[in-house]
Design a protein around this ligand. Structure first.
Ligand SMILES: [Fe+2]
Ligand SMILES: [Fe+2]
Ligand SMILES: [Fe+2]
Length: 435
């Protein structure tokens, strides 16, 4: 693959990654779901998994006998080693070799229907993953993929029925989002109030902050807790909101209140890690904005806090597909990939809808909507969030050197600058993340 144009520093940013091995893992995860739905016998499922993990390594198809026949042609002197090879055990089990031969050569002497079915599911899963990789750059929902696969099924190992079964298996029969909007409305009530007063009207006076904080016990408690924390270590224990605001300062108070107001939205099971990730993202995006002047630092902080708000809905264990979601994630499929299968859109798009109801400014809504597809947005903000996602190591989408390179170019941030970004002491993560 021609990646020469990508600056060296971008390559360094990426952890050692084996895209082909990652593809094989995803294919194995998809194939397992389809096999589960198709009630494969246990032996068939195990064989399918092995074949999926090895399907890009055709040299394994060679068995000892084939090597014996080939070596004298390739290396005339190698004939002496051939007898040993002839008696050696095959390099891979016969069934596995047969499946890979059917997949790659469309022919194998074996007429075993199970082996043919395993090869058919493997080919379908392989094509599905390739299509999903392309879809990550497009604006269309994955529905079209299924229709396309049905259309080509007369030329493939799989038939129309297998495509339909796979679709049922991988979409769990529907695209309804699990998190009820009503729940979010209740959990987000305080956030909405705080954002509208503090985020979008920055000349808010201490008196107004105090009024807002005392109207919500969680906010008040968090402020007092921060003021009494080891980081501030007051001489005397602080017991009132007013004292806390005066002691901590109005700038830090605003940040703590913005974050604390959002915390209840991430309070449900399984969301604690997302909350910590959001705090980290907030502090890093603010630091990046301050270091580069690329966008308003306050807005960057806010974007970091809310960028994954959509995960509150997509990651909340769906009633009808909890296990599919977990199995695909465990099998190496990134979060946005799984979301597109199950809900036809990713958490960025879902989050944008939430922020719309919270009356966020349009450019911040757009940044959240496209934070996993920054090239789709005209503005720079989505690219900033994409870089922060990358830098916090959330692994929420398919790794892409091309996309990373383009986000860096778009923002004018160098790889070195991004790597050097560090949050200041007393950051939100320190204040709230560990609590
Ligand atoms: Fe493949
Ligand atoms: Fe995200
Ligand atoms: Fe994220």
């Amino acid at each position: 693959m021609g990646l020469e144009w990508i600056p060296g520093e971008v390559k360094q940013l990426y952890p050692a990654d084996a895209p082909l091995a990652a593809h094989c893992r995803r294919v194995a995860a998809l194939a397992a779901e389809i096999a589960f739905r198709a009630s494969f016998p246990p032996g068939g499922t195990a064989l399918l998994r092995q074949a999926a993990l090895l399907h890009h390594f055709p040299p394994l198809l060679l068995d000892a006998g084939a090597l014996r026949r080939l070596l004298p042609d390739v290396l005339p002197r190698a004939g002496t080693a051939a007898p040993e090879l002839a008696s050696a055990a095959p390099l891979i089990p016969e069934d596995l070799a047969a499946v890979l031969q059917i997949l790659h050569c469309r022919f194998n002497g074996s007429a075993d229907p199970l082996l043919r079915k395993v090869a058919a599911v493997l080919q379908l899963s392989d094509m599905l993953d390739e299509q999903m990789q392309l879809l990550a750059y497009e604006d269309s929902p994955p529905d079209g993929i299924w229709a396309g696969l049905e259309e080509i099924s007369e030329f493939t190992l799989f038939d129309r029925k297998l495509v339909q079964d796979a679709r049922r298996a991988l979409t769990a029969g529907g695209s309804a989002l699990p998190g009820a909007a009503a729940d979010l409305a209740v959990e987000g009530r305080t956030a909405r109030k705080v954002f509208s007063l503090l985020a979008f009207h920055r000349d808010c006076e201490i008196r107004e902050m105090e009024k807002l904080a005392t109207s919500d016990p969680v906010l008040a408690g968090r402020l007092i807790q921060v003021a009494n924390s080891a980081l501030y270590s007051p001489g005397q224990r602080i017991a009132s909101v007013r004292q806390a605001i005066t002691y901590v300062g109005s700038d830090k108070t605003r940040k703590v209140m913005l974050a604390a107001a959002l915390e209840p939205v991430f309070s449900r099971g399984g969301m604690r890690q997302v909350w910590k990730h959001s705090l980290r993202a907030a502090q890093l995006s603010e630091a990046l904005a301050r270091a580069t002047g690329i966008m308003d630092a306050e807005e960057a902080l806010l974007l970091g806090l809310v960028h994954d708000i959509g995960r509150q809905q997509t990651q909340r264990a769906p009633a009808n597909q909890p296990s599919i979601c977990a199995r695909l994630l465990k099998g190496g499929c990134p979060l946005t990939y799984v979301e597109r299968f199950l809900f036809q859109r990713d958490h960025g798009e879902v989050g944008a809808e939430v922020l719309k109801t919270w009356e966020f400014p349009e450019h911040l809504i757009e940044a959240v909507r496209f934070h996993h597809r920054p090239e789709a947005s005209e503005a720079v903000h989505a690219a900033v969030v994409y870089l922060i996602e990358f830098w916090t190591g959330g692994e929420e989408d398919l790794p892409s050197l091309t996309r990373l390179g383009s986000a860096l170019a778009r923002t004018g941030v160098s790889g070195e600058t991004l790597m050097a970004i560090a949050p200041p002491r007393g950051s939100l993560y320190e204040l709230l993340g560990a609590a």
